[in-house]
Design a binder for this molecule. Structure first.
Ligand code: NDP
Length: 280
């Protein structure tokens, strides 16, 4: 906050709304840095919390073994499914640079506290629950959870990859084996320059406008279902993710509608649903 006011890295990218609390919450600087190498957004979004997520989960598995002399299949499932998500993050780190957090959000309390406190404490609740309430799932239940988690991950990864490939190749690629359907669009940036862009209407982006979030939600539900039905606490994650991603979806669409105007309306006419076809 202080840096944003007094020593901004790039004064032209600072956002001052006139509301002190909003500035604190949503951030002033777009890409605050110290020197050439330390980038606040990249470091906080991409290092402490996400690494701690896996380490804390592993610690919970060790603690469960210490207390109950074995590790249950539910604990293994939670560890494996969440580790896949984290490994994916590092494996596809360049893709991550194109997400809303990096491309559009400014760096303030929302990102900093969210990454360093919220993520490692709240995303590990299932593991913590299983330490004190060990759950051993029946084989069909465990297989069902595993399949839901893997299908969710598949949708999440493929949908994000489709958009990334489409944008990287400027539409010169194949989506589900075919030339993609495209909506050509244009927008004016703050400096008054006119730019052109493209919206993908094929693959998962033709199913719903944020089907990548649906994959994420399926994975999140799988982590919770791994804890059985004994308590509401481990279900906190899916409730939170549903709120986060629905709000994110509306926030993003609001931004896209003001950025692309009528071109965005053409996209919403071609792909009428946000998350679930026929429902929302
Ligand atoms: P997206 O990757 O969906 O990016 C949205 C942006 O993509 C839009 O602002 C627009 O940007 C562009 N876009 C929208 N529609 C199209 C289209 N049809 N064709 C081409 N470009 C389009 O959003 P996020 O960054 O929020 O999410 C990335 C992933 O990260 C998701 O899978 C999400 O589930 C996950 N995530 C996970 C979180 C967690 O805590 N576990 C938190 C947040 C996200 P432009 O201006 O460039 O056109």
């Amino acid at each position: 906050m202080v840096k944003g006011y007094f020593f901004p890295t790039s004064a032209r990218d600072c956002k001052f709304t006139g509301n002190f609390f909003y500035n604190y919450m949503m951030g002033i600087e777009f890409n605050p840095r110290i020197g050439k190498w330390f980038d606040f957004k990249l470091f906080f979004n991409g290092r402490p919390g996400i690494v701690a997520w896996t380490l804390i989960n592993l610690s919970f598995a060790a603690k469960q073994r210490e207390l109950h002399s074995h590790v249950t299949n539910a604990m293994v499932l939670v560890n494996v499914l969440q580790a896949i998500y984290v490994i994916d993050f590092f494996w596809n780190e360049t893709w991550y640079l194109k997400t809303i957090d990096i491309c559009h959000d400014h760096f303030g309390w929302y990102l900093g506290w969210g990454d360093c406190v919220w993520l490692p404490y709240l995303y590990t609740l299932q593991g913590l629950y299983l330490v004190y309430h060990p759950v051993q799932l029946s084989t069909p239940h465990a297989v069902g959870v595993l399949l839901l988690g893997l299908v969710g991950y598949y949708i999440f990864r493929v949908a994000n990859h489709q958009k990334d490939l489409f944008r990287r190749t400027d539409g010169r690629c194949l989506i589900w084996g075919r030339k993609p359907k495209v909506i050509e669009c244009s927008y004016t940036s703050a400096d008054g320059q006119r730019h052109h862009s493209k919206l993908l209407v094929s693959g998962f982006w033709g199913v719903a406008r944020h089907f990548n979030y649906v994959g994420d939600l399926m994975g999140s539900l799988a982590y919770c279902l791994a804890c059985g039905g004994g308590h509401l606490l481990p279900y906190f994650y899916i409730i939170y993710m549903a709120i986060l991603l629905t709000h994110r979806c509306l926030r993003d669409e609001h931004r896209c509608a003001s950025k692309y105007g009528r071109d965005w309306e053409r996209y919403t006419a071609a792909v009428p649903y946000r998350l679930l076809p026929g429902i929302f």
